[in-house]
Design a protein around this ligand. Structure first.
Ligand code: ATP
Ligand code: RIB
Length: 300
């Protein structure tokens, strides 16, 4: 079962602080570190650590960050044959402030913005060989739409994690197989509609993540909340990415949506106890060690 992630790869520049500066103010923070990030790369790594066969499609700059990003993906077992290096843009970066167990992020897309609709020609065979294609919103919208169109025409399932939020037309919501906003993103995607209304409108397709409360979807009859695991988070950066990578892995292993979301909640709960978007992402072995794993998520 093959997953292809088309999307962003970045370096995260992470600052931890006890005081957040107001506009025009300077404060002394606690720590600075760099980590691997980008929603695309994070989701690819999450799925690969959980045993999925994953290919990454995207662009990095011809710089040291790009070299490190590619090496990191390779070391996690992600196929990087469709990761291209571009000379006219720097590698993507994300500038993250961790404050009171939550993050605020500024993304500079760089090479990620060089993913253009016409590039599909160079990786159409990869899409055709995929059981599921995962997308996020850190590459241009036109490129995502061209990929969704292509997959729709060739009946390849797609999962769009619409993060960061940007509006999406009804046509593309219809064409994707799964749409996974968090609550904030759902409110931007569906202005003027209640969460209840939109969940019922897109049964078994729209999954809204609820942070420490888990995730919710509508099964065609009723709303189903799949509760999160109670943990003490260290860094929630990448929780959504772990959730998406894990959910995709479980679905491709034949799990129904409620079970897949339970698996995704467990993977994300483990990940938020580690530092950095990818730092805490579990392997399948780590999942199995968790007391609530039992055998309910064993894959064939
Ligand atoms: P991020 O942008 O921080 O990567 P997100 O905002 O996209 O995440 P959330 O809804 O906050 O997404 O979280 C995604 C999933 O991660 C949740 O559905 C849940 O399974 C898990 N999760 C997040 N925060 C916690 C927490 N504090 N405790 C347990 N699980 C959590
Ligand atoms: O979802 C978390 C990711 O969002 C970070 O790794 C950062 O790169 C931002 O794009």
């Amino acid at each position: 079962m093959k997953i292809t992630v088309v999307g962003s790869m970045s370096t995260d520049f992470v600052v931890t602080t006890d005081i957040k500066p107001n506009q025009g103010e300077t404060v002394i923070g606690k720590n600075f570190t760099t980590a691997f990030g980008g929603k695309g790369a994070n989701q690819a790594v999450a799925a690969s650590r959980l045993g999925a066969e994953v290919s990454m499609v995207g662009k990095v700059g011809n710089d040291a960050f790009g070299t490190a990003i590619i090496a990191n993906l390779e070391s996690t077992g992600v196929d990087i044959s469709h990761v291209e290096r571009v000379t006219h843009s720097e590698s993507g970066s994300a500038h993250i402030v961790l404050f009171q167990e939550d993050n605020s992020i500024i993304v500079i897309p760089g090479a990620n913005n060089e993913m253009l609709p016409q590039d599909i020609e160079t990786f159409s065979d990869q899409l055709l060989a995929s059981d599921l294609v995962i997308l996020q919103n850190e590459i241009p919208q036109a490129t995502n739409e061209a990929i969704i169109d292509f997959c729709w025409e060739h009946t390849i399932d797609t999962l769009l994690n619409p993060a960061p939020a940007r509006s999406i037309s009804e046509e593309y919501i219809e064409k994707v197989s799964y749409l996974t906003p968090n609550e904030h993103e759902a409110a931007i995607l569906f202005p003027g509609q209640t969460q209840k209304e939109v969940l019922a409108k897109y049964p078994n397709k729209l999954i809204i993540t609820l942070g420490s409360r888990g995730a919710v979807f509508h099964n065609g009859k009723e709303e189903v909340v799949v509760p999160a695991f109670k943990v003490k988070p260290l860094d929630t950066t990448g929780a959504g990415d772990t959730f998406n990578g894990a959910m995709a892995t479980a679905l491709l292993n034949g799990k129904e949506l409620p079970e897949a979301l339970g698996f995704a909640n467990l993977a994300a709960a483990i990940s938020v106890q580690g530092f950095g978007a990818q730092g805490g992402m579990p392997t399948l072995e780590m999942m199995k060690e968790h007391s609530s794993y039992e055998k309910k998520w064993d894959f064939k």
